[in-house]
Each structure stands twice: as C-alpha cells, then as structure tokens.
Design a protein around this ligand. Structure first.
Ligand SMILES: Nc1ncnc2c1ncn2[C@@H]1O[C@H](COP(=O)(O)OP(=O)(O)OP(=O)(O)O)[C@@H](O)[C@H]1O
Ligand SMILES: [Mg+2]
Length: 331
C-alpha cells in the first residue's frame, strides 16, 4: 500500500461492436491510451461513454478490436487467467444462477476465478459476512432485492482475495442508506485494506466520496485525467472558493459582454452566471461591471468547483470540438 505502482496500462484500445464496415457498428472505445496507478481510482463518464465496455475488454470477457493493454503488468490478450485470478469484478448487471443460494453463487464465481473448491466455499462465507449478507447466505439469489444484489456482487468481487477490484456502478439502484453503506464499505476496502480500486460511475458525488483519482471518459475517448483535488482546483486554493455564482436583474447579455471585455471567464447555467475566480478582487470587478452595464446584482455567492463542473466543462469542450472537426457526420 502507498506505492505508486502502475496497475493499468491501456495503449490505443479500440472496440467496435458489429461489423466495422457496417453503418450500424458502434465505436464504443476510440483508440484510448492512459494509465492508472495504484490507489482509489475512478472512471467517470455519462451513459454510453464506454466504461463497462472497457472493464469487460480488460478482463477478457469481450475482445478488443485493436490496441494493447496490461492489467497488473499482465497482457489482456495472453494472460487473462492471471488477471482474473488477481482482479475482483463487480459487474454492472447480474447473471444469477436460478435456484442457487448466495453461498453457492459466490463460491461458484470464486471457482471460476481459479480458487479450489474448499477455499472458494470458505471465502464465500467470509465475504458474504463482510458485506452484511450473513443472514441471507442460504436464501435464493433470485429472490434478492436490488440492495442485496449489489452487496452480493461486491462479495463476488472479493471472493478471490483480489489486489485490485473493478467496480461497475456499485451504488446503482440503492436507496440513500444503502448508498451510504456501500460507499463506506468500498472506502474501507480501499483505505483500510489497501486494495486498489477502479470504480466506474456517472454519479459524481459518489466518486468524490470514494476515490482520489478520476479518468473522465466520454463517447469512447479519454477527456481528462487527474487527482480529484487537481480536477476540482482545490489543491491550489487556500479558500473553498473557485467560482462566483452571480444572479442579476436586468440585461443579462450586456452584463456578459461586460465580463468578457474585462477578460473574465464565465458560463451561464439556469440563469446563474458562474464566473471563474481570476483574482482576489473578483467581487469588486463584478460589482463594477454590473454598475457599468446597468444591471443589479441580486446574489453573489462564492462556491468551490466540484468535479461536476469540470466534468460538464470538459464534455462541452469535447462536443464543441467534434462539431468543428466533423462537418460530415462521422460518429
Ligand atoms: N454488446 C453490445 N453490442 C452493441 N453495442 C454495445 C454493446 N455493449 C455496449 N454497446 C454500446 O457501446 C457504447 C458504450 O457502452 P457502455 O455500456 O460501455 O457504456 P457505459 O459508459 O458503461 O454506460 P452506462 O453509464 O450507461 O453504464 C454504447 O453506445 C453502447 O450502446
Ligand atoms: Mg456501464
């Protein structure tokens, strides 16, 4: 624990579903390259970004169209067995074995991951207890609630005593308490047990609660990567302020022109003007611009940038760029 060893190395991975020559094919991963070091990591992106596809490609459950990748230094094409022995996987969807109880289900998955029978059974009991399904161990899995199924999938991810776990949308479908419990469990696995994690999610607050690093994926491409504090800009801030949320009364357009002319960066969301903190005199500058452009400031509230802002920014940039560079349709 604590070392900055590389756990994932992705080199130009492309995944196309369907016949690449067909117009119906889907480009799910577009020659992506990045690496991830040990620690609490995440892959963040909206629906359809390619997160689940990437995990399945890395585990060898589906083949990549081209490119190379290594997980824990093992080649995904030649050493899938070694990878699946060492990596835990909490899938997005569940493949339940009908009529089978939880102990049996988890131990079967342990055996698939390469554990001998007795050990798989013992680990199954231990992991079910760890995730809080002790009492439900002998109940049939097809009768489980969504919350119980998420825990069952986590037990499955832990059964082979992994050094790295891929968690695909672990908080999906959970009620508020279930979600808090799941986040606490995953934090404990990562922080107390020192197991490296890569959590895929589109839920930004959950990622902020569980992870230290994020790789942001959108439409099959890596948009940006960094520590969450870096991405949110908090590292370089002494105060918790990075964006000033301004509500005005009057001519919004004039006010925005005023901001632009004074070199201030901003964007508008739900009639709130979000002005980037350029310097410590920002309040005064905004007040002057309002005065000059004849608008009235109703509220002006500083707010730290949360990852969500970065996320939306980058994705907007991405969309803008693709509009420019793809005059004839493309993706
Ligand atoms: N088996 C498949 N056949 C065809 N297209 C697929 C298949 N699986 C995924 N796709 C497509 O690949 C793209 C990426 O899907 P993927 O499930 O990896 O996204 P995701 O980031 O996990 O999204 P979500 O947040 O909804 O889980 C989507 O356009 C999806 O429709
Ligand atoms: Mg997914």
């Amino acid at each position: 624990m604590g070392s900055t060893q590389e756990v994932l190395f992705v080199d130009g991975i492309t995944k196309i579903f369907g016949n690449p020559k067909s117009e119906h094919s889907v480009l799910a991963l577009n020659e992506i390259s990045f690496s991830i070091n040990s620690g609490a990591n995440s892959i963040l992106g909206p629906n359809g970004a390619g997160k689940s596809t990437l995990l399945k490609v890395l585990l060898g459950y589906i083949g990549a169209t081209s490119g190379d990748a290594q997980v824990l230094g093992f080649d995904i094409f030649k050493e899938g067995k070694q990878i699946r022995e060492r990596v835990g996987y909490m899938p997005e969807h569940y493949t339940l074995i009908p009529g089978v109880n939880a102990v049996k289900q988890v131990s079967l998955l342990g055996r698939i991951a390469g554990l001998p029978k007795a050990e798989a059974m013992q680990r199954s009991h231990e992991t079910l207890q760890y995730v809080g399904l002790d009492e439900a161990r002998y109940r049939k899995v097809n009768e489980f609630s969504t919350g119980m199924l998420q825990r069952l999938k986590l037990a499955q991810a832990l059964v082979n005593d992994p050094v790295l776990i891929f968690l695909d949308e672990p908080t999906n479908g959970l009620d508020p308490k279930g979600r808090i419990d799941m986040i606490a469990l995953i934090r404990e696995i990562s922080k107390d047990h020192g197991i490296d994690i890569i959590v895929c999610s589109h839920l930004l607050p959950d990622i902020e609660a569980m992870c230290d690093y994020a790789t942001i994926l959108n439409r099959g491409e890596v948009v940006t990567q960094g520590s969450i504090s870096e991405l949110t800009g908090q590292e370089s801030l002494s105060q918790e302020q990075k964006v000033m949320n301004v509500r005005i009364k009057g001519n919004l357009e004039e006010f925005l022109i005023g901001l632009k002319e004074n070199g201030l960066q901003f964007r508008v969301e739900d009639k709130i003007v979000k002005v980037d903190f350029s310097d410590e005199h920002i309040n005064q500058k905004i007040i002057e611009i309002a005065y000059k452009t004849g608008v009235q400031i109703r509220t002006m509230i500083p707010r730290k940038v949360i990852l969500e802002d970065v996320f939306i920014h980058r994705i907007e940039d991405d969309v803008d760029n693709s509009n420019v560079s793809q005059p004839s349709g493309g993706k």
